[in-house]
Design a protein around this ligand. Structure first.
Ligand SMILES: [Zn+2]
Length: 282
């Protein structure tokens, strides 16, 4: 699941690999991938790549005054290949073929088609409805005072930090890591945090997302992998020992994600009710 650090490294790699690249053609094998029809993808032919950037979890690939705004959702990947996709590749959603034979490919794993792209005038991208309501970037995080006013809301920390309108770029994986690093319960309310807790949370966001990026800079080369080697310590590690205190990591399962935490350091020793288990026991 690509979050801020995973999208940021993609954008950095595309910027170095695509410098001067020219588009031969573009097509969308994903029937529902393109959320815009005018201008058509044909308008990219003959254009040169002029830069890639990121807003929240969205990669944006610019070709002069037209840009592709992309949402990878949970299973999409934006990758550069040395050759062309087989037309039988069911993962292909959007193909941007370059005159040098390479191909920028939006692929999606699994059967669902949820990843999407829009071709927009570059000047209009930031005003698009999917970006206009985003909060400030999670990394680097806003100054402490601004951050405090963002998070001191009557909401639980876990959903609030994943709410892109509060702060942009954090999802289900990194929120577990950030809360564990700051030793805060996922169910603490934002407006219940004292100054020390706000500062710990702010530091944890800066440190964990920054460390993840530094890690990717080391281990990810020019070719972007299907799965980023995420340096996670608690997320999806239920049942393992907490790397800091040795207590067993616990999990709460929700319909489409799992929340992991250290009960000793984050919830005052309490093991939170796992709704999946309690449903089974009824
Ligand atoms: Zn622990």
């Amino acid at each position: 699941m690509p979050e801020l650090p995973e999208v940021e490294i993609v954008v950095r790699r595309l910027n170095s690999a695509l410098e001067g690249a020219e588009v031969e053609s573009a097509l969308a094998p994903g029937m529902v991938t393109m959320k815009t029809v005018d201008p058509s993808l044909d308008a990219l032919a003959g254009r040169s790549f002029t830069g890639a950037r990121r807003r929240g979890k969205h990669p944006i690939v610019e070709f002069g005054d037209l840009s592709l705004l992309i949402h990878l959702m949970s299973a999409g990947r934006l990758q550069l290949f040395d050759d062309r996709a087989s037309l039988r590749d069911k993962k292909s959603r959007l193909l941007v073929r370059l005159t040098d034979g390479r191909e920028l490919r939006l692929r999606e794993f699994g059967t669902q088609q949820r990843a999407w792209a829009k071709l927009l005038p570059t000047a209009d991208v930031d005003a698009d409805e999917s970006l206009a309501k985003l909060g400030p970037e999670a990394w680097p995080p806003p100054p402490l005072e601004e951050f405090a006013s963002l998070v001191r809301q009557p909401h639980h920390l876990h959903p609030m930090l994943r709410d892109q309108r509060t702060i942009a770029g954090i999802g289900r994986s990194w929120v577990d890591e950030i809360l564990w690093t700051s030793e805060l319960s996922p169910f603490r309310q934002g407006n219940d945090l004292d100054d020390d807790a706000v500062e710990r949370l702010h530091t944890a966001i800066e440190q964990r997302l920054g460390d993840a990026l530094a890690h990717y800079e080391e281990v990810i080369g020019d070719s972007l992998p299907d799965k980023a080697p995420m340096p996670l310590q608690v997320h999806r590690r239920a049942g393992e020992d907490c790397p800091r205190c040795g207590t067993k990591i616990e999990a709460v399962h929700f319909k489409d994600y799992v929340m992991c935490y250290c009960p000793k350091e984050q919830t005052g020793g309490r093991v939170l009710k796992d709704r999946r288990l309690s449903r089974l026991l009824k």
